[in-house]
Design a protein around this ligand. Structure first.
Ligand code: UVW
Length: 340
């Protein structure tokens, strides 16, 4: 253990310290200049696919009642909405007419990245009963406060926030694993053996630093729901990874990929019963975000890309997926773009 480490005991299976005692980028470190150059070779036709749902996709409150969808309003000036607002009002003779928005929303409502600080774990509690939540590399996700006159204001997480991811930019080789094609739209827990079978059937090769995108079809279903449809279908459809499968977790560790994304709401299945007396409710989140420093992309829209790749007998592409950069956020909207 390095003397500067933020931890005393590294949890089993964690890579803490491997990228440096103060590292907050995790396995995204593997997406370096050489990896980007290799990834750019996947651009062969120059076609681009946006992998984002609209930020106001109809999906709540079924999937995550904690998260509010966006509300968009015009900004206000002296009680006047700045929407089709003639600048000539303030500056006689000006012919410009402007509109400005104000948006409030949960940044993780729609297509998003989980930053590493999105989930921490009480590893101590699993043995000793002492709850000491820690995140990747032993960092504690404490609030970042700025002095604001006499009071302090909350400015998000001081460690493991979206900041390093936004500064990195996240451009690399994306690889699509098409679970929907092989397993359809029925709910199914995906174990390592399933992924191995799909990769063999589709001749998929992974490289160090890749970002895997699991296509399940759920985002496509969410996008096509109408207000009066039964949104419960989102809870009972499509594939999701089985975070309780030790072989799956081991494969993720060994694969040397940098991040996982999916077009479902948590990459893994949500709402498991606890598999033992104490432990994570979201074991894949703990494994990826906390132990390995691998961000998770959720609710990406992969169906158009999946069809194109299958029609063209390909599975890899150049991926550009920088999160929105608001310092301190523990998750952020992203408009990922695949170029083939
Ligand atoms: C949690 O609810 C922990 O988040 P998500 O599935 O969006 O990562």
């Amino acid at each position: 253990m390095s003397t500067n480490a933020h931890w005393k005991q590294r949890p089993a299976g964690a890579n803490w310290g491997d990228f440096g005692a103060d590292d907050q980028l995790g396995r995204l470190n593997w997406i370096d200049a050489a990896a980007r150059v290799r990834a750019a070779r996947e651009i062969q036709q120059g076609l681009s696919f946006s992998l984002s749902l609209p930020l106001d996709v109809p999906r709540q409150p079924v999937l995550n009642p904690r998260r509010a969808g966006p509300v968009i309003r015009p900004s206000m000036k002296n009680g006047v909405p700045i929407f089709n607002f003639p600048l000539g009002t303030d500056t006689p003779g000006a012919t410009d007419v402007v509109s400005d928005d104000v948006v409030t929303m949960s940044p993780q409502y729609s297509t998003q990245w989980d930053a590493l600080g999105h989930v921490c774990s009480c590893f101590d509690a699993q043995g000793s009963g002492t709850a000491a939540p820690v995140g990747y590399n032993g960092f504690r996700v404490v609030a970042h406060q700025h002095s604001n006159g006499n009071s302090d204001t909350f400015n998000g997480a001081a460690a493991l926030s979206i900041d390093p991811m936004a500064q990195h930019g996240i451009q690399g080789r994306g690889v699509l694993i098409d679970l929907r094609h092989h397993f359809g739209d029925e709910a199914r827990l995906i174990r390592f053996a399933d992924i191995e079978a799909v990769m063999k059937a589709d001749s998929i090769e992974l490289h160090k630093g890749d970002i895997i995108c699991f296509h399940t079809g759920l985002a496509d279903i969410a996008l096509n729901l109408r207000a009066d449809d039964d949104h419960e279908i989102l809870k009972t459809s499509c594939c999701a990874l089985d975070g309780n499968d030790p072989q799956l977790l081991e494969w993720i560790t060994e694969s040397q990929v940098s991040a996982l994304a999916a077009d479902n709401h948590a990459v893994e299945k949500r709402n498991y019963a606890l598999s033992k007396e104490q432990g994570p409710l979201l074991p894949l989140h703990e494994h990826c975000l906390v132990k390995l420093g691998m961000p998770l992309g959720e609710l990406w829209h992969l169906s158009y890309l999946a069809k194109w790749l299958r029609d063209n007998k390909r599975h890899a592409f150049f991926l550009t997926a920088p999160p929105i950069y608001l310092r301190g956020m523990v998750g952020a909207p992203v408009n990922p773009v695949a170029t083939v």
